[in-house]
Design a protein around this ligand. Structure first.
Ligand SMILES: [Mn+2]
Length: 360
């Protein structure tokens, strides 16, 4: 008799389990639908006010035998599972994600195919100061068989009284240098209004760390047919960085290079903290090429070479660093730019390091 009763109760427990399963999945589907509506409104994030209301309602109707704390815990887990479901769907939908496009995106810059498995170098002065200054660096870049030259014409500086760049004059210098030395030039643009202008002068639009979440600028860069090098913001998470790239790609431009340039931490031994593990994470999460800027991440000349080696070893698609004919008199980032001799040594060391990596 008692065994029959036990079997009966167990059968009912099984039944209830299946009902709970059905209800949990039904809840999941509803949450997914809510997620889709939120996505069209541009909001994905979890809503604590809503969660509090749901929890209060559940606890209000609780007549036991479970304690409030136990039920709170169980429902928090259910809420969390629903939220994760939303996040998965959202990530699946991102245009920049590997899930959306498994193969690498190749960014074609004047025939240089960034993202093709080779590792590239972007070298040049922090700021364009004069034709002669850039030409001297261009000569050295050319001698190493490199193609990509950087130089800032618009300089967003920490202080409004610091050198702000030559503006269009700087872009003109870059265009002339690119033609004379057969190089591709990369320069930062800081306002949406200048994107159109830049198209005539440069080969790659750089969006700097301070503008990583300048959404109007990102959208404007997404609407043109020109490669974009997007730097990670100084306090941006990897997720925020990926979403910034999504802003560009959502407008139609898929020619995007991501650039890790160090993040702000409590560490003061370096100007920023180079987040080297961001490289394989970004390569895994997105299909975009990833560069490492060793100059701004470290802010220290003595760390450029070891950090560049780390970038190459961890699988970055390219390394960016600053070179100036006479860093001592540079109008910006004077302490961390290499002079030409240091640059030559830097390149020789990196080339031999690359040969060692191939052998190993
Ligand atoms: Mn700089």
């Amino acid at each position: 008799m008692s065994n029959d009763r036990l079997d009966e109760l167990r059968a009912r427990v099984d039944e209830v389990n299946l009902q709970i399963l059905k209800l949990i999945n039904e809840r999941g589907r509803l949450v997914q639908e809510i997620g889709k509506i939120k996505e069209t409104q541009g909001t994905y994030r979890y809503d604590p006010v809503r969660e509090r209301k749901m929890l209060d309602l559940i606890l209000e109707y609780n007549d036991g035998p479970f304690e409030t704390a136990t039920l709170k815990h169980i429902f928090k887990e259910i809420f969390k599972a629903g939220l994760e479901l939303q996040e998965d769907d959202h990530r699946k939908a991102l245009l920049v994600s590997r899930k959306k496009k498994p193969e690498n995106t190749i960014v074609n810059i004047k025939g240089e195919k960034i993202g093709d498995g080779n590792q590239y170098f972007v070298m040049g002065p922090c700021a364009v100061e004069s034709y002669e200054q850039v030409a001297e660096v261009a000569k050295a870049v050319k001698q190493h068989g490199l193609k990509l030259l950087r130089g800032g014409a618009y300089k967003p500086r920490t202080s409004p009284y610091d050198f702000q760049g030559l503006g269009v004059e700087g872009l003109k210098i870059l265009k002339r240098i690119a033609a004379e030395y057969d190089l591709a030039v990369i320069s930062e643009i800081v306002t949406p209004a200048d994107i159109e202008t830049a198209l005539d002068y440069i080969d790659v639009i750089q969006i700097g760390a301070r503008n990583m979440q300048n959404f109007e600028l990102l959208k404007a860069a997404g609407q043109v047919n020109k490669p974009v090098l997007l730097k990670r913001g100084l306090a941006a998470t990897i997720e925020e960085f990926i979403n910034a790239a999504e802003y560009i790609m959502s407008q139609g431009n898929d020619q995007i290079i991501l650039c890790e340039r160090g993040i702000r931490t409590y560490e003061r031994a370096t100007r920023n903290t180079l987040d080297i593990s961001a490289v394989p994470i970004l390569k895994k999460e997105t299909h975009l090429p990833v560069f490492v800027d060793v100059t701004h991440s470290t802010g220290r000349r003595d760390l450029l070479l070891p950090c560049a080696k780390a970038a190459l070893a961890i699988g970055a698609d390219g390394v960016m660093a600053e070179v100036h004919p006479d860093p001592a008199v540079a109008l910006s980032d004077s302490a961390q730019q290499m002079d030409i001799a240091q640059f030559n040594e830097f390149m020789e060391e990196l080339k031999s390091f690359q040969r060692q990596m191939v052998k190993a």
